[in-house]
Design a protein around this ligand. Structure first.
Ligand SMILES: [Zn+2]
Ligand SMILES: [Zn+2]
Length: 178
């Protein structure tokens, strides 16, 4: 969705829309893991665009869920997204000073071409920001055993068991020799 700034009323405009699978798979890539991230629930966006002098203030929320693959245990898991959108867009023009005095408020500042706001692009960026640096199904995911490949969240490691058994066998054989 794109919004033309000259069509924005002074009081602002509220938009509601959702992003579906097709949009998601064409926009969201996660580097080498491309394809390993899919939409589990459509992304719903509620957004208010309010002109403030030259700038446009964006305020809203995006909600949805994505399916990611855990980097430790390789299981898919669902990550819920419920992200506030709080942005101030500066028009980018020839006379934009190199350094802009950013307002001390807690707003993220971005730029737009001064004519059209690409709301899809903003949603895309906000989803990216919400994705974890390291994809983990749970903070203390035990991962896979590098020896036997067991998913240590669900089952015991089989190599450990083997060691225990052999130690026991050694003890027993020592006893038999007595
Ligand atoms: Zn995991
Ligand atoms: Zn193991």
């Amino acid at each position: 969705m794109k919004v033309r700034v000259d069509e924005l009323p002074d009081s602002g405009r509220v938009v509601h829309f959702h992003e579906t699978d097709t949009w998601f798979s064409s926009r969201i890539r996660s580097g080498e893991d491309a394809g390993e991230i899919t939409l589990a629930r459509p992304i719903n966006v509620d957004l208010e665009l309010v002109p403030e002098a030259e700038q446009i203030k964006l305020n809203g929320q995006l909600q949805g869920a994505v399916r990611l693959r855990c980097s430790r245990c390789l299981q898919d898991y669902v990550l819920k997204l419920d992200e506030p959108i709080d942005l101030l867009l500066h028009p980018l023009s020839a006379d934009t000073p190199e350094e802009i005095d950013l307002r001390p408020e807690d707003l993220d500042t971005e730029f737009f071409d001064g004519v059209t706001i690409d709301v899809d692009l903003i949603v895309e960026e906000q989803i990216f920001l919400a994705l974890p640096q390291q994809s983990l199904c749970q903070p203390d995911c035990q991962g896979l055993c590098s020896g036997c490949g067991a998913d240590l969240n669900r089952e015991a490691c089989k190599c450990e068991k083997r060691e225990t058994t052999s130690a026991f066998d050694v003890l027993r054989s020592v006893k038999l020799e007595e």
